[in-house]
Structure formats: C-alpha cells, structure tokens
Design a binder for this molecule. Structure first.
Ligand code: SIN
Length: 369
C-alpha cells in the first residue's frame, strides 16, 4: 500500500501512525519490563481429596466407568504448568476418595485443615479438588464452617485425567485463578467448573455425565472464568463463613441426620428404621412443595414426639418450601428447609443440632443460611 492509497484509507493511516509510535517506545517498554519487580503472586494451596479429576480410565476414550481418586496432587499440579503463572501453588493430599464415599468425619477433617491453612499468613486462598458427586455438599459444609474471608474454591472434573479433552486441567487452572483473585475474597465457598463460578450454597449437580452439570437452578451462576480472569456479576447474600455461628474446632462427630425420599406409595418403614438407628434429625425430601405421603406423616410425627427434628424439604430441585403450606408445621413442630435441597438441608441441620434442639432456632437458621 503506497502513501497515496494510505491517505484514502484513514484506518490504514491511523494504523501506520500507531505502528511508528510503538516502534519508537518499544525499546523503552522492553527495558522497563526487564527492570520492573515481578508482580506478587498469591500463595494458593491445592488441597486434594480425590474424585474424577484424579481419575484414570483404561483408554483415552474412556469417559465413563473409569476409576476415580487415583492420581496424587503433585501429578495434578505438574499436569498444568500454567498454574505457576497465576499463583505460587503447593499441594496437599488430605485424603483420596471417590466422593460417593464422603463421610461426616472426612468433612470435619477437611474443614479443620482448611481453617488451619487459612489462618496462616502465607496462604492467600485454597483450591480443593473433589469428586463431583458430592462436591455441592462439601462446598456447602465448608461455606458454613470456614472461618476466613480468603477464597476457597472447589473444583472437579467430569472426565478422568487420562481422557481426550479431560476437563480437569482447565478447571484446575480456572479454580486457581479464582482463588488468587481479589474479587473472590468474602464471597463464601465457591465452585468453579466449566468456565463458570457458582455459590457453594446454591449449586447442584444436574446431569450424570455432561461437562455442564453444575447449575444453580433459578438463581443462576455468579460469574464467568474467561480470558484468565474471574468476572463476577452477582454475590451470595445468605450468611456464610465468618458470619456463621458454627465452629467445628472441638467437634469429633456430627449428629446423625438422614434423608427419607418421598414418592407414590411410600411407607413409614424408612422413617421408623432411621429413628431406631439413632437419627437425631430427618430430612424429608417431599414431593412438590415438600408434601408428605399420608402413610409417611404418622412416622414423622411419631419421630418428632421422640425428639427427632423433622425438616420438610423437596425432591423437586428448586423453590422455597412454604411454611404451614402443605403441612401444619407450627402444630406438628416441623421445620422447613427454605430453598435448600435435601442433601444441603441435611448439612445445615447437622450443624444446627450442634448448637440447639429448639425447632424455632433451627427454623431461624434455615432462614439465615
Ligand atoms: C466422584 O464424585 O468422586 C466421582 C465422580 C466425579 O468426580 O465426577
């Protein structure tokens, strides 16, 4: 393109001027970059617990039927050298399980270790690698018991580490980026998969096998992980982390709370069995707005008379249970789960029962957290 034709194309002329200007300042910028102190990276601990993100399959196309919880944290970190660009990372393997085998004891162990790490001045945030099956439960448990505003991010993968297009490496990279981001401070425990940020309280797994399985029904996710940045558009408003009343430091066990599923033709047998087995609380995963089958309700009211706390939740997957709607909760002395799904209501009731047996107090907690 000659000078005359350049003049007839203003965009090209502008580009030429910019190029000339840049070539003049280029050496100065390069020199400045060489002498500038490197940006201080956040110190992030990657706490590994197992799951598919650490899973191995028989072949590169094995995306179901693989073995979870095989690869150690050091290998997970080595597989993503890009982590070093966003944080100073170090790994810690707290246990190695497929998350369907999660227990209350493992939660207490994890929660205590996370709190110890966050209390250290040389730790700026934590990433927890976890199986996706109960990831939402661990996220909510930690949301209620972590005593720090520093970022805690749970991450998993839907494909094992040996699969073509394994999602673990990019998810781990994004989770680390998020944990190192000042924007994640004070947002409660977060979940990062599939380029999205979700709140630990609200997220749930909705598909057995697809990569976009983590969703926050109705309320939506909090933001995107894109272009090496965390982009937030919402913030959780329910109380979490530093604002909760729960303290696990001295706890060795959690009260036994179980879930009874609602369905057509249900009977009271599971309720009676759980009460006989020593349950201190029962979450009823009811149909619709937490409705209880007429065969099951006498079991629940008998349980309540024996001191077992009964919470009405729903198997539907979204929405609020209306108190005194589908049951006379005041008269029967029942609690409703607000918008918590049954598996998360179980966690709040366990922690609530470490503080009180009073159903009014427990109902207050279900409105607050
Ligand atoms: C697990 O939850 O440990 C296995 C499934 C997964 O991580 O996706």
């Amino acid at each position: 393109m000659n000078r005359a034709s350049l003049m007839s194309k203003p965009w090209a002329a502008t580009a030429l001027v910019c190029a000339l200007a840049l070539s003049a300042v280029g050496p100065v910028l390069a020199q400045a970059a060489e002498t500038a102190a490197p940006a201080k990276l956040a110190n992030i601990v990657i706490v590994a617990t197992g799951g598919t993100i650490a899973g191995t399959g028989a072949t590169s196309t094995t995306t179901v039927g693989y073995t979870a919880a095989k690869v150690g944290v050091e290998r997970l970190i080595e597989a993503v050298p890009e982590l070093k660009k966003v944080a100073n990372v170090r790994g810690e393997q707290v246990f190695q399980v497929a998350s369907e085998n999660m227990t209350d004891d493992l939660w207490l162990k994890l929660g205590k270790r996370v709190n110890q790490l966050l209390a250290q001045s040389d730790v700026d945030g934590i990433v927890i690698t976890h199986g996706t099956d109960t990831l939402e439960e661990t996220a909510y448990f930690l949301d209620l018991v972590v005593k720090s505003s520093k970022p805690v991010v749970l991450v998993g993968a839907m494909r094992p580490s040996t699969a073509i297009s394994a999602d673990g490496p990019i998810n781990l990279y994004n989770a680390t980026l998020l944990a190192a981001s000042p924007a994640a401070v004070g947002k409660g425990v977060l979940v990062a998969l599939n380029d999205q940020i979700n709140a630990g309280r609200d997220v749930t797994k909705v598909n057995t096998s697809t990569l976009d399985t983590f969703r926050t029904p109705d309320l939506g996710f909090l933001g995107y992980l894109q272009d090496n940045q965390a982009h937030f558009y919402r913030t959780p408003v329910r109380k979490h982390t530093l604002a909760t009343e729960f303290d696990i430091v001295k706890l060795e066990t959690l009260p036994k709370v179980d879930i009874v599923y609602g369905y057509a033709n249900a009977s009271r047998v599971p309720v009676d069995a759980l009460v006989a087995a020593g349950a201190k609380g029962i979450i009823h995963a009811g149909v619709g707005d937490g409705s209880v089958h007429k065969n099951v309700m006498p079991g629940l009211t008998d349980a309540r008379k024996k001191g077992v706390v009964v919470v009405r939740s729903s198997r539907v997957g979204s929405g609020i249970i209306a108190r005194n709607g589908e049951a006379n909760d005041d008269e029967l002395d029942l609690v409703v789960s607000d918008s918590l799904n049954p598996q998360k209501a179980r966690i709040l009731l366990m922690l609530g029962l470490t503080k009180t047996n009073d159903t009014k107090e427990l109902q207050r907690m279900f409105r607050a957290y």
